[in-house]
Design a protein around this ligand. Structure first.
Ligand SMILES: Cc1cc2nc3c(=O)[nH]c(=O)nc-3n(C[C@H](O)[C@H](O)[C@H](O)COP(=O)(O)O)c2cc1C
Length: 230
C-alpha cells in the first residue's frame, strides 16, 4: 500500500507524529510505504507543539514540488491522510485548488476514487467549514475530526491521541491495537459507576437563525449553576 501523509498547519501535530511513528514501525512489515509532505504552517505548528523537525524513513516532499509521483493519478497511490487538517487545507481540497502539493495530491485521490482521510482540527465549525466538509464527503473523502474519545479509559495524553490515530488507521485498513476496542458494557475496563445526575435547571431557548447581513448577537451571560443539594 502506498500512502501520502500530509501535515498542515492546524493544532494536532501529536496525531501526525503518532501516525508516522506507527507507519515507521509497522509499515514495512505490512507492505506499507509512506510519502510525507508538510505545508509551511504545518512545519511551524509541529515545531511549536513537538519541537525539532521529524526524521523518518519516508520520502519527504516540498509542498511546491509537483513532480512528486503522487501528484499524478498514474502513480497509483492507495490513500492519503491530512493530519492535522487545517480549515484552510479543507477549503482548498473541497474546491479543488491544487495550488500546493497537498491540495493537488488530495485532488488526485478524489478524482481517482482513492481513500482520502482528513483529520480536521478547528473549533467552532463555521458554515463555511460545514459546507466544505459536505463537499469533500460527497466527493468521497472521510472527515475525521480530531476529537479524542474517552470510553476506552485513556490515562495519558498519548493514549488519548491514540484514540484518534487508531480510527484513522482503521479507515486506511491498517490493523492496529492502539486503543481498547468497545466490547460492550460487560467488559471489565468500562467504568460501571452510576451515571452522573442529569443537569437540572431551565434550558436556554434555541438561538434563532441570523437574517442575511445580520450581525451575530453577543453571547448571553452564563447563569450561575444551581447549588448542589446537601
Ligand atoms: C500555532 C498555530 C495553531 C493553529 N491551529 C489551527 C487549527 O487548529 N485549525 C486551523 O484550521 N488553523 C489553525 N491555525 C491557522 C493555520 O495555520 C492557517 O490558517 C494556515 O493558513 C493554514 O495553512 P495550511 O493549510 O497551508 O497548513 C494555526 C496556526 C498556528 C500558528
Amino acid at each position: 500500500m502506498k500512502l501520502v501523509v500530509a501535515i498542515s498547519g492546524a493544532s494536532g501535530a501529536p496525531y501526525a507524529k503518532r501516525l508516522l511513528d506507527f507507519l515507521a514501525a509497522h509499515g514495512p512489515a505490512a507492505g506499507v510505504s509512506a510519502d510525507l509532505v508538510f505545508t509551511q504552517t504545518g512545519k511551524q505548528v509541529w515545531k511549536q507543539e513537538i519541537g525539532a523537525e521529524p526524521s523518518y524513513p519516508f520520502r519527504v516532499w516540498k509542498n511546491q514540488d509537483f513532480t512528486a509521483p503522487f501528484a499524478s493519478g498514474s502513480a497509483l497511490y492507495d490513500g492519503m491522510v491530512v493530519v492535522p487538517c487545517s480549515a484552510g487545507a479543507l477549503a482548498r481540497i473541497a474546491y479543488g485548488l491544487s495550488v500546493d502539493l497537498v491540495g493537488r495530491a488530495a485532488d488526485v485521490m478524489l478524482k481517482e476514487r482513492r481513500r482520502l482521510v482528513l483529520v480536521l482540527r478547528e473549533t467552532p465549525i463555521s458554515l463555511v467549514h460545514a459546507r466544505a466538509m459536505t463537499q469533500v464527503i460527497e466527493a468521497g473523502a472521510f472527515v475525521m475530526p480530531a476529537s479524542p474519545s474517552f470510553y476506552s479509559g485513556p490515562k495519558t495524553i498519548d493514549a488519548l491521541v491514540d484514540t484518534v490515530v487508531a480510527r484513522v488507521l482503521d479507515r486506511l485498513g491498517l490493523p492496529n491495537d492502539l486503543m481498547k476496542r468497545w466490547d460492550g458494557l460487560a467488559s471489565e475496563r468500562w467504568d460501571t459507576r452510576a451515571a452522573a445526575p442529569a443537569v437540572s435547571g431551565p434550558r436556554a431557548p434555541p438561538t434563532p437563525p441570523l437574517a442575511p447581513g445580520q450581525a451575530h448577537p453577543p453571547a448571553p451571560a452564563l447563569a450561575e449553576p444551581p447549588e448542589d443539594e446537601p
